[in-house]
Design a protein around this ligand. Structure first.
Ligand code: GLY
Length: 341
């Protein structure tokens, strides 16, 4: 078992990483929750894989009910949000009850948003079952849904009361979905943990230790910058360009981040910020996990990213590696981009 604690201005919570943890959820949840009633939110794919195990591991200590939504990004919608709230209210949820998010990123983001807004806030625990959500969205309290054709446009910061990660859930991911999560894990190594990148050298099984090392990077930046105004932006390495190609070419998120990292390295090298050797080192580890490494010319995508929602008053915060395991936030104005590229 490995554990981390995220310490924020008004809250602190543990992340527990343990093989087989799903079969004794009560043990950890009793630490942070003293009432009886628990509601699980899950999707119809995870339902078949892990819901019974979760229910069995809670029933001795808690009175558990659940809501199941369709699997997939379409469920991060205002209609599914409304339906989940309605069902929970019908089932008698109170503001001192606990919600559990059992599933991948969609479940975590939606459940967190329900927890942030229902009765102006109820506690929730994240139980991320995909590598992508274990690496990223389940930590740090960003919650939300898609709206008006844009991703995560309605949302709130709502920190979980605890995050419970069972690496055994990775066994049921198909290869592409597993590698999708590896995109974010490799990113953590690239921006903040050289040792983690080295641990991946021989394509090892993803263990408690590797997940732990990856999450130390997210912990550090989230603690420094809970509301994503400075250090936390470094998590966007590979995302600025990644977002520009993700929907356009139908990549999964971690796949787009993989290509986006290579594009950002090329731009960083051209600006004299990034050490040239980073390209081949990152390429090598992306190849190990069958992540896409197609060449896209970053200059062709600079126009698209000027319209991204993260741009504040015409300034783009690029994240560039300086060397492997280290990065910087590099601001460029719209004018500077037009002049230099
Ligand atoms: N997914 C990036 C962050 O949590 O800030």
């Amino acid at each position: 078992m490995r554990q981390l604690e995220i310490k924020l201005s008004n809250s602190a919570y543990k992340i527990i990483i343990e093989d087989g943890l799903l079969s004794h959820l009560s043990f950890y949840i009793k630490e942070i929750y003293k009432n009886k009633k628990i509601y699980i939110l899950t999707d119809d794919k995870v339902e078949g894989l892990y819901l019974n195990q979760a229910l069995d591991s809670l029933r001795n200590d808690f009175d558990v009910d659940y809501v199941v939504i369709p699997n997939g990004e379409e469920s991060k919608s205002i209609s599914t949000y409304a339906s989940v709230c309605e069902q929970l209210i019908e089932k008698g949820i109170k503001r001192n009850h606990l919600l559990l998010a059992l599933g991948g990123g969609v479940i975590g983001d939606l459940c967190g948003f329900v927890a942030a807004t229902l009765y102006r806030g109820i506690p929730y625990v994240g139980i991320p079952t995909s590598l992508l959500s274990q690496m990223d969205s389940s930590i740090g309290g960003k919650t939300g849904i898609d709206f008006a054709g844009r991703k995560n446009i309605l949302g709130a910061f709502k920190q979980p009361s605890m995050v419970l990660i069972d690496p055994k859930t990775l066994d049921t991911l198909d290869e592409r979905e597993f590698n999708n999560g590896m995109g974010e894990l490799i990113k953590h190594g690239a921006i903040g943990n050289y040792k983690l990148l080295k641990m991946l050298d021989n394509k090892p099984k993803i263990t408690e230790d590797i997940i732990y090392e990856s999450l130390t990077v997210k912990k550090r930046v989230v603690e420094l910058d809970e509301f994503d105004l400075k250090e936390r932006m470094t998590l966007n390495f590979g995302h600025t360009f990644g977002h520009a190609i993700e929907l356009k070419y139908g990549y999964k998120h971690g796949e787009a981040v993989a290509i986006g990292m290579l594009m950002a390295i090329n731009m960083g090298v051209d600006l004299g910020v990034t050490d040239k050797s980073c390209y081949n080192d990152i390429l090598k580890v992306l190849k190990l996990y069958n992540l896409p490494i197609e060449h896209y010319d970053y200059k062709e995508y600079l126009k698209d990213i000027l319209f991204d929602k993260k741009n504040i008053a015409g300034t783009i915060n690029f994240i560039f590696l300086t060397e492997l395991g280290k990065c910087v936030i590099y601001k460029l104005t719209e004018e500077e981009i037009k002049e230099r590229f």
